[in-house]
Design a protein around this ligand. Structure first.
Ligand SMILES: Cc1cc2nc3c(=O)[nH]c(=O)nc-3n(C[C@H](O)[C@H](O)[C@H](O)COP(=O)(O)OP(=O)(O)OC[C@H]3O[C@@H](n4cnc5c(N)ncnc54)[C@H](O)[C@@H]3O)c2cc1C
Length: 363
């Protein structure tokens, strides 16, 4: 049986890898772009995501490309600054490399990866069941279709208005940073969102900003204002690599419909991101694993009854609903005066020193 996957980000790539490893189906991974391609993303991998890479046997590969992070320097809404440092806990792996490595691993496991294939529509049978995809005149029949085409998904079945976080970011060479430290600014200007500086190599960083999509100011002006304030003088001898890029992050407080007959929706195409942090890579990969596991469970039987779809819907709800609600509650807290007070407390030197000691001895 043939499974076609639309989109080779972490969701589609992971699904392709796990399905190809099952060696039971013909797996075809499609992407409109040629890889490696730049993806607008901070490329930060949380400990959860690193753990998942380990489970999937991708840890060693990704570790070769990873910039290890052992500390966070943050600035609170009222300007208090503090550093929380401990053992290495997070990674930054540029998405061009990260996504290409997963897709490459899927190919080596037996998936066919077609690049430059921009799916323009889903093919439906007379009963409305998805029976494949098409790019212009070219049709590709499938027994099961996985839609992993990201935040702009053109095939989404979720009827609710989309909730998004707006972003703008760029890459810079030569910004002085504390080695191994990320930076975040919880500036009132974009509250409850934030700005960040993530190191990708000892000399290259990505700098970006999440903000409210209804903010009437020009994105470039908000970016310039906050980056000047928080990176300031350090930008003086630095070079920007390419243009600034913007992209939405699509999120939800509860999982909506993530299936239709003959198709499952993965990753950001299903709005699976953390509404507190904007993290989406872990959620994308996890949904890819869940889809592949359920396909394995349903084995060689013809897909397109409704059992697979129903079980995937339930599995995604069980895995993420609580996390999404907690994420939005935390986001509410971050926009509050209590959060400002907390950042002031953390910036108080004796507290910072105790936390530093505790984090170093926590593992
Ligand atoms: C500025 C920014 C910073 C972020 N920072 C982080 C971070 O630090 N850490 C983190 O965990 N998350 C971060 N995220 C979120 C994260 O990037 C996404 O949640 C994640 O990429 C979702 O993965 P995905 O596989 O679902 O979709 P994507 O990664 O978007 O992949 C979708 C793929 O589908 C392809 N595609 C789209 N349409 C078609 C089509 N019609 N036909 C064929 N192919 C198609 C695209 O080319 C793309 O390769 C950030 C997002 C933004 C915008």
């Amino acid at each position: 049986m043939r499974i076609v996957i639309v989109g080779a980000g972490p969701a589609g790539g992971t699904a392709a890898l796990m399905l190809a490893r099952q060696r039971r189906h013909e797996v075809v991974l499609l992407d409109r772009d040629e890889f490696p391609r730049v993806k607008t993303c901070g490329s930060g991998l949380s400990p959860l995501c690193i753990g998942l890479c380990r489970e999937l046997g991708l840890h060693e590969t990704m570790a070769r490309h990873a910039y290890g992070v052992c500390g966070l320097r943050f600035t609170g809404p009222a300007g208090h600054m503090a550093t929380l440092a401990g053992p290495e806990g997070a990674w930054v792996v540029p998405r061009a490399t990260f996504d290409a490595e997963i897709a490459g691993a899927a190919e080596r496991a037996g998936a066919r990866f077609e690049q430059g294939f921009k799916v323009s529509r889903l093919l439906l049978d007379a009963a409305g069941r998805v029976r494949g995809v098409a790019a212009g005149d070219r049709e590709l029949e499938a027994d099961l279709t996985l839609c992993a085409d990201g935040a702009h998904s053109r095939f989404s079945v979720d009827p609710r208005p989309k909730r998004t976080i707006a972003t703008i970011m760029g890459w810079y060479e030569g910004v002085p940073v504390t080695p191994g430290h990320m930076e975040m600014w919880f500036a009132r200007r974009v509250s409850p969102w934030y700005g960040w500086l993530f190191p990708e190599t000892p000399t290259r960083v990505n700098i970006g900003l999440c903000y409210h999509p209804d903010d009437p100011a020009k994105p470039r002006d908000i970016f310039d204002e906050l980056v000047t304030r928080h990176v300031g003088e350090r930008l003086r001898g630095a070079t920007r690599l390419g243009r600034l890029r913007g992209a939405p992050i699509s999120y939800t407080d509860s999982v909506g419909p993530v299936t239709r007959r003959g198709a499952l929706y993965l990753g950001e195409a299903a709005r699976l991101t953390n509404g507190f942090t904007g993290e989406g890579i872990f959620y994308a990969m996890k949904s890819g694993v869940m889809a592949a596991d359920l396909v394995a469970k349903h084995g060689g039987r013809t897909f397109g009854g409704t059992t697979l779809e129903r079980e995937y819907q339930r599995a995604v709800e069980r895995a993420f609903n609580l996390r999404f609600r907690v994420a939005l509650a935390f986001r509410g807290f971050r926009g509050s005066e209590a959060f400002t007070a907390l950042t002031a407390l953390l910036a108080f030197k004796p507290v910072e020193r105790v936390l530093h000691w505790a984090l170093l001895h926590a593992t």
